[in-house]
Design a protein around this ligand. Structure first.
Ligand SMILES: [Ca+2]
Ligand SMILES: [Ca+2]
Length: 377
């Protein structure tokens, strides 16, 4: 019997290379394989354990059927204003074009319950776009921390200690060409509520002289704020990494029209991508721009609370993009999942205590793997 299998098979060239790609559904006759876990416990499967044909089938459920039937369960809990953030961290990497989309939500949610628990993390945005040349998923993270020191400590933890299932985070085989930096925040400001207005984001980055650029950055931040406000942007961060001689701007845009759960919001993405770069204010500095990418916001995290009792992550462009769902193998208590509607949720999941039957996949909110402070000897 033929299965309806929409897939990421057609990636039409965007208006600007590297920024926008068309997501289209096609049909094929390939049958869906049994995706039951082969291990002793329900797990999030290694995407490389599947054949590409299977991944395309998963895209059906992930993109248009299963995920499309579930709504985002965003809680409206304000976080601290961005003005108080003094540290930032960023990663950029690609995922293979055939990454199984139904695994995107649960993989990210499991990571969230450990990464968002690190000291000082205020929020994280995960961006998403498609490389028109090869269909790879362009993603990563944009984080704010309460101090630059904690952002640097987070980088060390991600690089050297965040080991799930025997693999360090950045050594996961599906993370292609990761590039990560910790930053000092020169300035960060939200013009609108993070919960409703940060739909797309643009990141500019420059290699700058090793001599301090702090003065010019601080001097021009107010002008950047004024320009961003005049353009109707919803948030802006100006970041500096003096040891690596890097400067970055991260800025966010709201939706420019109605959202459609069946089609990515190309209008909002295009409005930000096609606008003159905010970083033009630094053109007279002669810096070398190394990065300029506009992406959708896939998800926004808030600080983790034991038992996953805190604010749910936001998924402002899902659907059509993937998101967690009941039955995805990870009990997301913050989304209101319970044994009544989510088979992955044991009755004891959510109390903050690891009990029999709970593990770091089905109940990461209770099964804590990474102490926040190293043990004293
Ligand atoms: Ca779930
Ligand atoms: Ca428990």
């Amino acid at each position: 019997m033929s299965a309806y299998t929409p897939r990421l098979s057609t990636l039409t060239a965007p208006q600007r290379p590297g920024q926008v790609a068309m997501l289209q559904a096609t049909t094929s006759g390939s049958a869906r394989e049994d995706t039951a876990a082969t291990g002793p416990r329900p797990t999030i499967q290694d995407p490389h354990s599947r054949r590409p044909g299977t991944w395309a089938c998963l895209a059906v459920l992930g993109l248009l059927v299963v995920l499309g039937a579930t709504g985002a369960a965003a809680e409206d809990e304000p976080d601290e204003p961005d003005e108080r953030a003094r540290g930032a961290f960023s990663c950029d990497f690609a995922l293979p074009a055939d990454f199984p989309l139904d695994q995107v939500g649960p993989v990210i949610e499991r990571d969230r319950m450990y990464m968002a628990a690190r000291p000082g993390m205020r929020h994280k945005h995960i961006p998403i776009a498609f490389d028109p040349d090869n269909g790879q998923i362009l993603t990563g993270g944009r984080y704010l921390f309460d101090t630059a020191r904690r952002a640097r400590l987070y980088k060390d933890w991600v690089f050297n200690h965040f080991n799930l299932d025997g693999t360090l985070f950045l050594q996961r085989p599906y993370f292609l060409a990761p590039e990560c930096h910790a930053w000092d925040v020169i300035g960060a400001h939200d013009f609108a509520d993070i919960h409703t207005s940060q739909i797309v984001l643009r990141t500019e980055r420059w290699a700058v002289p090793h001599a301090s650029q702090g003065h010019v950055l601080r001097q021009r931040f107010n002008a950047l704020l004024a320009t961003a406000q005049a353009r109707g942007l919803s948030s802006i961060w100006l970041l500096y990494n003096k040891p690596e001689a890097l400067v970055s701007l991260v800025y966010f845009g709201d939706r420019v029209g109605p959202s459609d759960p069946t089609v990515p919001d190309f209008a909002s993405l295009g409005a930000l991508a096609d606008a003159p770069p905010l970083g033009a204010i630094f053109d007279d500095q002669g810096w070398t721009q190394t990065f300029d990418r506009t992406q959708w916001t896939l998800t926004i995290w808030f600080p983790f609370v034991l038992g996953d009792q805190g604010a749910a992550a936001l998924w402002p462009n899902s659907p059509p993009f993937p998101q967690p769902f009941s039955g995805d193998g990870v009990c997301e208590v913050s989304r209101g999942e319970s044994p009544a509607d989510s088979p992955e949720c044991l009755p004891t999941c959510g109390d903050g205590i690891a009990q029999a039957g709970e593990n770091s996949v089905n109940c990461p909110g209770d099964v804590r793997l990474f102490p926040l402070r190293p043990p004293r000897h």
